[in-house]
Design a protein around this ligand. Structure first.
Ligand code: SF4
Length: 151
């Protein structure tokens, strides 16, 4: 199973199960963003196979990491502090400033937290057809899936 297929399958589990997996350390860092607040809005698109490649997700994460709209918030998994990032204030779209309020990603290493750098791309960056609200990245091709009958 390729990485995009794993992402798609996880999104199909839904928020309660993903949150439980995150709380018990069963989601690897790369997928932690699927369980943060606001992620459920993206689950349907991801579950349908609208998934960007990990390379495209990482390129978007680099772009967001240099963007003044990137906003960190703390959260905890297994008693450890992590950071989740949003595009501007969480859930507050502000078209005039090019912000959507969407979940952008997470970070867990102290360096990434200190530098306000997205370490693991989150829901907004996983969906291939989504673009940046201020034009910093575009929609990309969906990655091919490896599940029989779903590619
Ligand atoms: S989605 Fe666009 S506007 Fe929002 S933080 Fe990323 S680069 Fe900035």
């Amino acid at each position: 199973m390729n990485a995009a297929t794993e992402t798609m399958r996880l999104a199909r589990l839904g928020m309660p199960q993903l949150a439980a997996m995150a709380a018990t350390g069963k989601l690897r860092g790369r997928h932690l963003g699927l369980a943060i607040e606001g992620a459920s809005e993206y689950h349907e698109a991801i579950a349908s196979g609208d998934v960007a490649s990990e390379e495209d997700q990482d390129a978007r994460a680099s772009t967001c990491s240099t963007c003044p709209n990137l906003t960190p918030r703390g959260f905890r998994v297994l008693g450890l502090g992590r950071v989740k990032f949003y595009c501007g204030e969480p859930f507050e779209a502000d078209e005039s400033r090019g912000r959507c309020g969407c979940p952008i990603g997470t970070a867990e290493s102290p360096d990434a937290i200190k530098q306000v750098r997205v370490e693991h791309p989150g829901p907004r960056l996983m969906v291939a057809s989504k673009q940046c609200p201020s034009g910093r990245f575009r929609a990309v091709e969906r990655v091919s899936l490896t599940v029989e009958g779903e590619s």
